[in-house]
Design a protein around this ligand. Structure first.
Ligand SMILES: [Zn+2]
Length: 163
């Protein structure tokens, strides 16, 4: 994804108050982020473990979404964004308030996401023997594209622009 400054990142939020957006602070120093290897940027709030933020590229814009983790006992699940079938033990249900008028009415959307938001890394992992290792580049490219599509669809749903 394209590199973002802290100001651009905070300005991208679509379902927060201005105050909530101004307090969103990624866990990693933005100068050390390897943007080329990222399909999305997500993190848990250091001061509120139930709160998380994710920035999703959608065509030429970035859509920032605030999420709330649903407290639940650990169970195995597939992340709806990267759909990785090997990393299934740290996947949580997150709820996003819808953007705009729908959100003010109380509409929310839920999705299963890796609690560490490392979907970009999981989508880029080397295929297992069962997944076919003769063309790992094609395998990884297809998974990265799938993650991009799933993340974009989720962002458009939050925006109320999904078809
Ligand atoms: Zn994932």
């Amino acid at each position: 994804m394209q590199e973002l400054s802290l100001a651009q990142l905070r300005a991208s939020f679509v379902n927060t108050s201005r105050r909530e957006a101004s307090q969103a602070t990624p866990e990693q120093d933005l100068a050390s982020v390897d943007w080329e290897q990222l399909s999305l940027l997500g993190w848990r709030d250091a001061h509120n473990p139930q709160r998380a933020f994710v920035i999703i590229p959608v065509e030429d814009r970035h859509v920032g979404i605030m999420l709330t983790a649903v407290p639940s006992p650990p169970r195995k699940a597939m992340c709806a964004l990267c759909e990785d079938i090997t990393e299934v033990s740290d996947v949580k249900m997150f709820i996003a308030k819808a953007a705009g008028a729908a959100g003010r009415k109380g509409d929310t959307l839920g999705t299963l996401i890796h609690a560490d938001f490392k979907c970009s890394k999981y989508a880029r992992r080397f295929p297992s023997r069962l997944e076919g290792q003769d063309n790992p580049e094609a395998f990884i490219a297809a998974r990265v594209e799938r993650l991009r599509e799933n993340a974009e669809r989720f962002a458009l749903r939050v925006l109320g622009e999904a078809h």
